[in-house]
Design a protein around this ligand. Structure first.
Ligand SMILES: Nc1ncnc2c1ncn2[C@@H]1O[C@H](COP(=O)(O)OP(=O)(O)OP(=O)(O)O)[C@@H](O)[C@H]1O
Length: 204
C-alpha cells in the first residue's frame, strides 16, 4: 500500500500549497485526482513518487520509506514526455533503459518497431508518451502516477492507451493515481476520486 500521511508542502515559506493531505492507494486500485490548474496536483504526484520531500508528513510503501536507490516502485509519468527523455538517445535506447518490453507489450501500447532507430524529437508528443508509459512499466514498479498522460492523444489512441494500461495494471496489480482535469475520464477509470482545492484534498 502507498500511503501519504498528513502531508504539508510549500515551495516558498508562508505560501502553503498542500495542508495535511492524506491519501491511500492499494495494490491494483485506480484513484482519480482532479483540481484547478495550479492547485498542486502534480506537486502531490511528485511527492508520492519521491521527487519532492514534504516539510511535514511522510510517504510510505507497505509501511517503509520509499527506496533511495534501484528501481523506483512509484513511477511518475508527466504530461510532457519530451522533458523526461534524453534527446541524444534514440527511442530504442530510451525504451529499453531499464527493461525490455516484449513485442506484444509494444503492440498493446502502440509502440512501433520503426520508431526505435529514431530520435525522440522526430516522434509526435502522443507517440513519445506511449514510449514513456511503456518504459515506466519496469519489473518492480508497484504504483504509477499518471499525470495528464493522455491529454495530447486523439480519442481513439487515448482509449487504446488506457485499455493497455488497465490490462497491464490488472495483471501486475499495479495501483494507479490518475491526475486529470477530465472528470468524465476519471469517473470511467477510477473507483475513488479526490479533488484538490485551496491546499485541501477532498473525496468526491
Ligand atoms: N519548482 C517550483 N518552484 C516554485 N513554485 C512551483 C514549482 N513547481 C510548481 N510550482 C507552483 O506550485 C503551484 C502548483 O503547481 P502544480 O504543477 O502542482 O499544479 P497543478 O495542479 O498540477 O496544475 P496544472 O493543472 O496546471 O498542471 C503552481 O502555482 C506552480 O506555479
Amino acid at each position: 500500500m502507498l500511503e501519504a500521511r498528513q502531508l504539508s508542502f510549500h515551495f516558498s515559506p508562508g505560501e502553503p500549497l498542500l495542508e495535511s493531505v492524506s491519501l491511500m492507494l492499494n495494490a491494483g486500485q485506480w484513484v482519480g485526482l482532479s483540481g484547478d490548474s495550479g492547485s498542486g496536483k502534480s506537486t502531490l504526484g511528485k511527492l508520492l513518487a519521491g521527487y519532492l520531500t514534504p516539510q511535514v508528513g511522510d510517504i510510505t510503501l507497505d509501511g517503509a520509506a520509499l527506496p533511495k536507490n534501484g528501481v523506483q516502485p512509484v513511477q511518475w509519468l508527466p504530461q510532457s514526455p519530451e522533458l523526461a527523455v534524453n534527446p541524444r538517445w534514440r527511442v530504442g535506447k530510451i525504451l529499453r533503459e531499464a527493461w525490455t518490453p516484449s513485442d506484444a507489450q509494444c503492440e498493446a501500447f502502440g509502440v512501433h518497431a520503426h520508431w526505435l532507430s529514431r530520435f525522440p524529437q522526430s516522434l509526435s508528443g502522443g507517440e513519445l508518451q506511449r514510449v514513456c508509459v511503456l518504459r515506466a512499466l519496469v519489473p518492480g514498479v508497484r504504483f504509477l502516477i499518471a499525470d495528464e498522460i493522455s491529454t495530447m492523444l486523439d480519442p481513439i489512441t487515448q482509449v487504446e492507451l488506457w485499455q493497455a494500461l488497465k490490462r497491464e495494471a490488472e495483471q501486475r496489480q499495479l495501483g494507479v493515481l490518475v491526475i486529470s482535469h477530465d472528470e468524465a475520464l476519471l469517473k470511467q477509470l477510477c473507483e475513488h476520486r479526490y479533488h484538490l482545492s485551496a491546499g485541501l484534498l477532498k473525496r468526491i
